[in-house]
Design a protein around this ligand. Structure first.
Ligand SMILES: C[S@@+](CC[C@H](N)C(=O)[O-])C[C@H]1O[C@@H](n2cnc3c(N)ncnc32)[C@H](O)[C@@H]1O
Length: 275
């Protein structure tokens, strides 16, 4: 390799790889529509995406004429990336329907949302009951009279194993890469956990880590109790069904209990009702 030739890692854009491997905005938007309609028998119009990063979900949401999206993130870097790569791809009139706020998710919003989404476990950044309760109270205020907060959760004994890597392959040819979810640290006393995302390439180069998350490992009952304490009258868990081979079937249904699973992902919804 000549001295000046860049490695695949040097040529890569971590946000492109993240969007390809982690995100599925179509799936999220379909889910938001489904849960809101099942609660209120009408379509949601205003989305607030907390911890929005490159706000791909906001951009898909705002493609529909009657919809507006508000993306909130503290970090100017993913917001700037999203403006250049996601927002710019929308028609001008759709771009006008996306508002970006570079601020803490615990700030009070001016526009009340029908759906308030906090995806990819991002609220695990709040490590104390008091901190998470404060966030959920703000989320409640940032919803309209009728609204749904949508969160996701993960768990199962495999998720607590240190130095456990979940590796998946994406792309073809030169663009092929491995996405690695690395469970680097889990403290059973505090539930402090460190996770990394790495991207590894065919030429042996890697972005390692591309992203790091310092979170508290929360459980569904803890999150449910805090959402109820924050004022939401109803909290639901959506659990994925299984197909004939025992794999997830992509169909998420409200469930009150579930069978043990070594590694699971679930949605939680917190419903705010008029009066
Ligand atoms: C795991 S990423 C999630 C990105 C995106 N929501 C997704 O689903 O892929 C977490 C994001 O939360 C942002 N963040 C962390 N703490 C925040 C806070 N208190 N207020 C606003 N954004 C925050 C980070 O800057 C980062 O972009």
């Amino acid at each position: 390799m000549s001295k000046n030739k860049k490695t695949l890692a040097q040529e890569a854009d971590k946000y492109v790889l993240y969007q390809e491997s982690v995100q599925d905005p179509g799936h999220e938007v379909d889910f938001f529509d489904k849960v809101f309609k099942s609660e209120f028998k009408r379509k949601p119009r205003v989305l607030r995406e907390d911890f929005c990063g490159t706000f791909a979900i906001c951009c898909l949401w705002a493609k529909k004429k009657d919809r507006i999206a508000i993306g909130v993130d503290l970090d100017p870097e993913p917001l700037a990336w999203g403006r250049e790569h996601n927002l710019s791809k929308l028609k001008e009139e759709a771009q006008q329907r996306v508002t970006l706020l570079q601020e803490d998710v615990r700030s009070n919003g001016q526009v009340k949302a029908d759906i308030l989404a906090a995806q990819n476990f991002s609220f695990w950044i709040f490590k104390t009951r008091a901190g998470l309760l404060e966030y959920f109270k703000t989320a409640y205020r940032n919803l309209a009279e009728e609204g749904v907060m949508v969160l996701d959760m993960m768990g199962g004994p495999e998720c607590l194993e240190e130095n456990h890597e979940d590796i998946r392959k994406y792309g073809k040819g030169k663009k092929a890469f491995k996405y690695v979810w690395d469970q680097a640290r889990y403290d059973p006393i505090t539930h402090d956990a460190t996770f990394h995302i790495h991207f590894r390439f065919k030429d042996g180069s890697s972005l390692e880590p591309a992203f790091t998350y310092e979170w508290r490992f929360w459980s569904i009952p803890e999150v449910r109790e805090l959402l109820l304490e924050a004022g939401f009258p109803e909290v639901h868990v959506y659990w994925e069904g299984v197909d004939e081979d025992g794999e997830g079937d992509g169909k998420w249904k409200k469930r009150k209990s579930a069978a043990s699973d070594p590694s699971w992902i679930a949605y939680m919804t917190a419903v705010k009702r008029n009066g």
